[in-house]
Design a protein around this ligand. Sequence first.
Ligand code: CA
Length: 250
Amino acid sequence: MVDYQSPKNVMAESTDSSDTTPTKKILVIEDEADIQVLLDYNLRVAGFSVIQAYDGEEGLLLAVEHQPDLILLDWMLPLLSGIDILRQIRNHAELRNISVIMLTAKGEEPDRLRGLNGGADDYITKPFSPKELLARVHALLRRASGGHNNILSCFGLDLDIEQKRVMRDGQVIHLGPTEFRLLEHFLRNKGRVYSRSQLLDSVWGRDVFVELRTVDVHIRRLRKAININNKPDLIRTVRSMGYSLEAPTE
Ligand code: CA
């Protein structure tokens, strides 16, 4: 199965044309023109195709239209803030799986951001070096795509998004559709604790009215399914807070 660790020599690979995958599309949602120019230049030089949006509404429209591989999202935007946009992306059936890197200004505290139920995949603080940004972009794209197969891998789990298949240490695990989506959500946000209502929003969707208890039922099923053969429990119950997917403590 795919192993995405050790992204060696990320910069060197950015200009390597031996890769036959189609050009990756990156949507930049940023209201500051000089940063747009800087990002556009550096991303194009690195071989990406770039789509620019100057506010959140335009960004969401372009995201649906172009289905980018990754979104660079500024936090401080007019009208809709980056956090609002991120929530909409994560609640949008066609956009929820797109990788998002948030651009934050100094003082906007990535920790605080991380605690929100935004579900960004990574953060970068302005001012940033283009080199660092490109390294993050490459690392995230590699992680998200798991090679060419859309496989999320972590803690011995491999979730194949396209094939709808899950394995743990090479053994096939059968999950219902809700458990599959729950696990996918946890794998994309490993280590983060989600309350039951946050999980309802992210996995079931905001417009669905489901009791909080339902989450516990599906967590129980998911836990039972993935903790096969007395393997260590990967789902942590955080008292009075919620659940997270974490490395087993052994
Ligand atoms: Ca801004």
